[in-house]
Write a protein that binds this ligand. Sequence first.
Ligand SMILES: *Cc1c(COP(=O)(O)O)cnc(C)c1O
Length: 234
Amino acid sequence: MTVDVAANLRAVEARIDRAARRVGREPEEVLLVAVSKAVDVERIRQALAAGVRAVGENRVQEAKAKIAHLGRPVPWHLVGTLQTNKVREAVRLFDLIHSVDRLELARELDRRAQAEGKVIDALVQVNVAGEETKAGFAPDELKPALEAVGALPGLRVLGLMTMPPPVEDPEAARPWFRQLRELRDQAGLTHLSMGMTGEFEVAVEEGATMVRVGTAIFGPRPPRSRQGGEPLSD
Ligand SMILES: *Cc1c(COP(=O)(O)O)cnc(C)c1O
């Protein structure tokens, strides 16, 4: 299948622009993270050549292989569930971890970052709808979780991330995005990672500072990585 990555990218950027302007935001406030899981390096190279400013992956080993090919012309973000036994590698590979979804993981990131002599930037994942199958802190667990994570010197928490329940109508995701923004404001944090192919414009209208878009840029993924709509992890 031929996919014009550059044209797709421009179309997504134009949609982000319009969504931002509708609510009086500057488009530059929104970082488009091109989610390239299950996408081959050639297609990622096209996205980089077309000006993508951050790349998102959800599997440590897959990202490692791609980074070996492509280097780091832009930051690499981890957007999927991170297994504790992959933390050491993740700390070396990624510039931002979007998915700090449990205290055990935060502590391991802290430990491994300190061992590397660095501070790893992170977002804390919130399970806004309290879905049983989904990772992240429940909204009412968030305050103590942020206090605990905030005390870890190897981790710098920049904001919150969420994956709301799948919706057919993008408007249906709006309350979840709004809730995440309110939680972010209460916590006094900066970043809001929310919005994927199906609803990133609504997320931008609700204050997203990072949208994670895969399909709209790279085309549909092979079935392997779409099962249940959940991110895969290693
Ligand atoms: C796959 C994935 C995305 C991108 O999904 P699309 O619907 O293809 O845009 C965003 N965030 C996470 C965590 C993902 O796993």
